[in-house]
Design a protein around this ligand. Structure first.
Ligand code: OGA
Ligand code: NI
Length: 363
């Protein structure tokens, strides 16, 4: 079942942050200013650092040496269990494909507003140019412009939203997304092995996997201490692949032991995170971790984020191997993934609240 359309809601006028930053570089409207405990400087980790976030070398999974293969598998399971986030190197996607995508996305955000508004994210939808996840006039806004497109299966595409300018945009996105899809398929096989289940297990459950992309552009902000680039959330996907443009400053932060750890990926690495679906399927053994983005006073930042998830038709719930009435009671109910997706996009981003949809109450 494809997610039903959302009902239109009154969200007031949402200012385009890029335009705001160009015309009034020192102004931060009230609607962007966070409460004290949501502000970026609150509980930043001094102990954990980017350098502790696991790096997975994917070439070791095709290495003829059994030792490399096994130790990388162990590292992967540690990364998913302890961090929910890791970065992959030697991922096999050609630099040229990544650079072309990055160039096309940058050019898109660099176009005049009227041009970008030809592809609007209409109220009640999640594809196109605009700000998603806004449901009321008093909700705080993120310092970010987004452009989102459904990619796969073809039935979720909205061809009217595929830009004709920049001219190479569609070609770059098609190539990039084919490669990222292969990467996700391979990662899921390795994640299955790291859990001790059959390699093709996730593929069997997922059916024709859904893939979507969201490009996030964070302009500089004169008060990065007061605003967030992206509100704290976990991802509603199974896996997420994040590519940060090369000249970007640090912006992504992940919540570890109740503190925000800044994450600056290695050059040429892709950032991977476990989404809500993997948390449910593994009955919480691998967790989707809360993360957010912050802004910078002088520098902009762009990320290209791919969400990979089961078909809307399938039913998901904890896999039997991870449930045991005594030590590991079932924490999530079974549900239809299309309904979950609908639930996810019809609520504001709010930490890990999205998973309440699936949680079995223990009281
Ligand atoms: C996302 C996300 C973080 C970033 O798009 O879901 O978490 O740094 N983005 O852009
Ligand atoms: Ni995210």
């Amino acid at each position: 079942m494809a997610p039903a359309p959302l009902s239109p809601i009154k969200v007031g006028h949402i200012e385009d942050v890029q335009e705001l930053q160009k015309s009034k570089p020192n102004k931060v409207p009230e609607r962007f200013i966070r409460e004290g405990n949501e502000r970026p400087a609150f509980v930043i980790s001094q102990e954990s650092a980017s350098s502790d976030i696991p790096v997975i070398d994917l070439s070791n999974f095709s290495s003829p040496g059994l030792d490399d293969f096994l130790s990388e598998t162990l590292r992967l399971s540690h990364a998913c269990e302890e961090w929910g986030f890791f970065q992959v190197i030697n991922h096999g996607i050609e630099m040229e494909v990544i650079e072309e995508m990055e160039k096309a996305a940058k050019e898109f955000f660099g176009m005049p507003l009227e041009e970008k508004q030809k592809y609007p994210m209409e109220p009640g939808t999640v594809q196109g140019y605009g700000q998603a996840f806004i449901f009321s006039e008093d909700q705080k806004l993120d310092w970010c412009n987004m452009f989102a497109l459904g990619l796969h299966p073809p039935s979720i595409r909205n061809p009217k939203l595929w830009p004709t300018k920049p001219v190479r945009f569609s070609e770059a996105l098609e190539k990039y997304s084919r490669e990222v899809r292969k990467l996700c398929e391979g990662l899921l096989r390795n994640i299955a092995r790291s859990l001790g289940v059959k390699e093709g297990r996730f593929e069997e459950i997922f059916g024709e996997a859904v893939q979507a992309v969201r490009m996030n552009y964070y302009p500089p902000c004169s008060r990065p201490d007061l605003v967030l680039g992206l509100s704290p959330h976990s991802d509603g996907s199974a896996l997420t692949v994040l590519q940060q443009s090369r000249d970007s400053c640090v912006g992504l932060q992940i919540l570890k032991d109740s503190m925000w750890v800044p994450f600056q990926p290695l050059p040429n690495a892709l950032v991977i995170n476990v989404g809500d679906t993997i948390e449910v399927l593994t009955n919480g053994k691998y967790k989707s971790v809360e993360h957010r983005a912050v802004t910078h006073r002088e520098r902009d930042r762009m990320t290209i984020v791919t969400f990979y998830a089961p078909s809307y038709e399938v039913e998901v719930g904890p896999m039997a191997e991870f449930v045991d009435d005594e030590t590991n009671p079932c924490k999530y109910r079974r549900y239809n993934h299309g309904e979950y997706s609908h639930h996810y996009v019809s609520n504001k981003l709010q930490g890990k609240k999205s998973l309440d949809f699936a949680k079995i109450s223990t009281i």
